[in-house]
Design a protein around this ligand. Structure first.
Ligand code: MN
Length: 239
């Protein structure tokens, strides 16, 4: 059976046609698949499970139906939705996986990540990530009133857009040494991740052996899906 991988959907009420595209993808193609893996940034922003909106409701309903039809969904947090919690995961019947999980895909050990931890040249981002991934920061943030959390998220998005435009593309892409070290640390030869919005299947050489890094695309204008079946992988545009 085909195993499906998506990431960086950035679902948001401002782009309802993309939410519709995803809901249809889940209802049609994913319902025939062996499993669906979502590698982060399913949502444009996530300020807590208590702030669920209509987009989140539609997605939870679609994924819960998928689960009822016998197809498991696995979710790895992205840098936009790292606060997505157990309550929402239960509603959507998604299984949360740690960032950097090795899973068995048709007998091969494959490493799955969101991808932001590989962008080690981006020091300001890594500093924010380290701070915002502490339990104390998250507890304090989630305890703030919804309006304050919304304002913080909007400001963070605006700053991130300004920053990304202001620095060289290489800074916000993965670091080749970090990729090699990560593959070695997990003892794998294949990595699938998102985050950079630079879809590609990169052939690499790691310690004299072939390896592969597959980068999923974003869903800003179209969908992007990776299909794995019988040892073949294909990355294509959707919609
Ligand atoms: Mn991301």
């Amino acid at each position: 059976m085909t195993i499906l991988f998506v990431s960086d959907l950035h679902l948001d009420s401002s782009r309802p046609h993309i939410t519709r595209l995803f809901v249809e993808f889940v209802r049609d193609e994913a319902s025939q698949a062996g499993a669906l893996f979502i590698l982060g940034d399913l949502f444009e922003a996530w300020i807590g499970d208590d702030a669920s909106d209509e987009t989140a409701d539609q997605v939870a309903t679609a994924l819960a139906r998928l689960h009822a039809s016998g197809v498991p969904t696995f979710f790895i947090h992205g840098n936009r939705d790292f606060l997505l919690g157990d309550a929402y995961a239960r509603r959507a019947r998604m299984t949360l996986l740690p960032d950097g999980s090795v899973v068995d895909i048709e007998g091969e050990r494959v490493l799955l990540m969101h991808g932001d931890t590989l962008c080690t040249d981006d020091a300001p981002y890594q500093a924010f990530r380290a701070q915002s991934h502490t339990p104390a920061w998250q507890r304090a943030f989630l305890a703030r009133p919804l309006a304050e959390r919304r304002a913080f998220a909007a400001q963070a998005r605006a700053e991130s857009q300004r920053y990304t435009r202001s620095v060289d593309d290489a800074i916000t892409d993965v670091n080749a040494d970090a990729v090699a070290a990560t593959l070695r640390a997990h003892g794998v030869r294949r990595l699938i991740h998102g985050h950079t919005h630079r879809p590609a299947q990169h052939r690499l050489e790691l310690d004299g052996q072939p390896a592969e890094r597959i980068v999923l695309g974003d869903w800003y204008e179209h969908g992007s899906v990776l299909r794995c079946r019988s040892g073949e992988t294909s990355l294509s545009r959707l919609g």
